[in-house]
Design a binder for this molecule. Structure first.
Ligand code: CTP
Length: 388
């Protein structure tokens, strides 16, 4: 895949060097176009070395009839402008083509995905002219990654900061992915739950939430309206998903899922919901004594089972199972007992907390083995469901 990175002279230009490095690590083939002002801030040599790629600056540097702006614009699978100054944004929204960068942009085919990373002073960002330019570009299909808020190079505090490069990379994957779940709504649960014993103690499990977060990310990439309901995790919520709801207990998760599920086409319960919760939750810290301590637990509501009972005929319900033995057999039993459409039965010893997954996708008539990074397995799960 070829990506053209357009670079203009925002102060955040040094962060674009890291973007290029990350694109290279993601195995993209890169071409870079810098404006003349951008080259006054960082030498093209830096970008070229980091990206292991050509850097173009001069429209008239034509070799063997290879006209740079037409050739580059033809070969690009995606174009990203990072950082994008207010000036270049104004030019491209008006169709101005007065340097190699803006000329190449004007020559990009309509279907080429285009991403804009605006970074500038807050007043310039909020200026109605700049906002109008954004609206115009959005209508033309540009994907604009909103700048972050915070301290700006000029000393002001406000909106206009360059976002995390991980977010830009996700925007790239989002724009490149086929939208096979377009028009669908996907609800994902993830992470552990915490069942309170007293104000400072709780019962939980080792679930990291990674599998659910990867599924939500891939679901969004595939074009679904995506909601993630998550127990406590250390993970950053997937970029660009439509709703992110934080919960703590099995009861909270039950309430949120029941409030929402009716509108969704696909519901994927990756959360490791506690099966038991303390019968009494002490309002005060429980003090130790010399005796043993017995904690009485009561069953929580089985959300998946209730979804299995209440689901509409065209809803797809997917449960997870974390097993330490008889992985396929226990998975098949859960498929029936919970009336789910699929159970993804995991080898708990291998997958809990890991970035890798080793699992079986079990439906009434098939068992498919899934293995690889959780990102790959997330894609395999959704693709198998769509194809079925
Ligand atoms: N689940 C749920 N509500 C609960 C408990 C679990 O919805 N109160 C869901 C999980 O999100 C997961 C699936 O049910 O999709 C796991 O099934 P479960 O029978 O709870 O598995 P285990 O907890 O491993 O149960 P067992 O001890 O029977 O193996």
């Amino acid at each position: 895949m070829n990506i053209i990175v357009g670079v203009t002279s925002g102060i955040a230009i040094y962060k674009a060097v890291d973007l290029v490095s990350k694109l290279r690590k993601n195995k993209f083939e890169i071409d870079i176009i810098m404006t003349e002002n951008a080259t006054k801030m960082i030498s093209p040599v830096v970008f070229s070395a980091v990206g292991n790629c050509p850097v173009y600056t001069d429209t008239f540097n034509v070799k063997n009839g290879w006209i740079i702006h037409t050739e580059l614009s033809k070969k690009a699978d995606l174009f990203v402008l990072a950082p994008a100054t207010a000036n270049t944004i104004a030019k491209i929204s008006s169709g101005v083509a007065d340097n190699l960068l803006t000329t190449t942009i004007l020559a990009l085919p309509e279907k080429t995905p285009k991403i804009l990373i605006p970074t500038m002073n807050t007043r310039m960002y909020e200026n109605k002219l700049t906002q109008e330019n954004f609206e115009k570009l959005k209508k033309l299909g540009w994907f604009i990654v909103e700048p972050d808020s915070g301290h700006l190079a000029c000393g002001d505090v406000g909106k206009g900061r360059y976002p995390e490069n991980e977010k830009i990379i996700e925007a790239i994957y989002y724009m490149l992915d086929e939208k096979r779940l377009s028009g669908k709504k996907v609800l994902v649960t993830a992470g552990p739950t915490r069942e309170e014993i007293d104000p400072i103690r709780y019962i939980s499990n080792y679930s990291s939430g990674k599998m659910g977060y990867e599924i939500a990310k891939i679901s969004k990439r595939m074009g679904a309206y995506t909601t993630l309901i998550s127990g406590p995790t250390n993970l950053t919520p997937p970029y660009f998903i439509d709703e992110f709801i934080k919960v703590k207990t099995a009861h909270d998760m039950y309430t949120q899922v029941m409030n929402k599920f009716i509108d969704y086409d696909i519901i994927i319960m990756t959360a490791a919901v506690a099966d038991y919760t303390p019968k009494v939750k002490s309002k005060e810290k429980i003090k130790k004594s010399e005796n043993n301590f017995i904690l009485e637990l009561e069953r929580t509501k089985d959300i998946l089972k209730e979804l299995g009972r209440k689901k509409r005929s065209n809803q797809i319900i997917i449960g997870f199972a974390a097993e330490t033995s008889n992985i396929i057999e226990y998975g098949k039993q859960k498929l029936i007992s919970k009336n789910a459409d699929y159970i993804i039965s995991n080898d708990a010893n291998k997958v809990m907390g890991s970035d890798f997954s080793s699992a079986f996708l079990i439906s009434k008539d098939k068992v498919i083995q899934l293995e690889g990074s959780k990102e790959k397995v997330a894609k395999d799960i959704l693709t198998n469901i769509i194809n079925n």
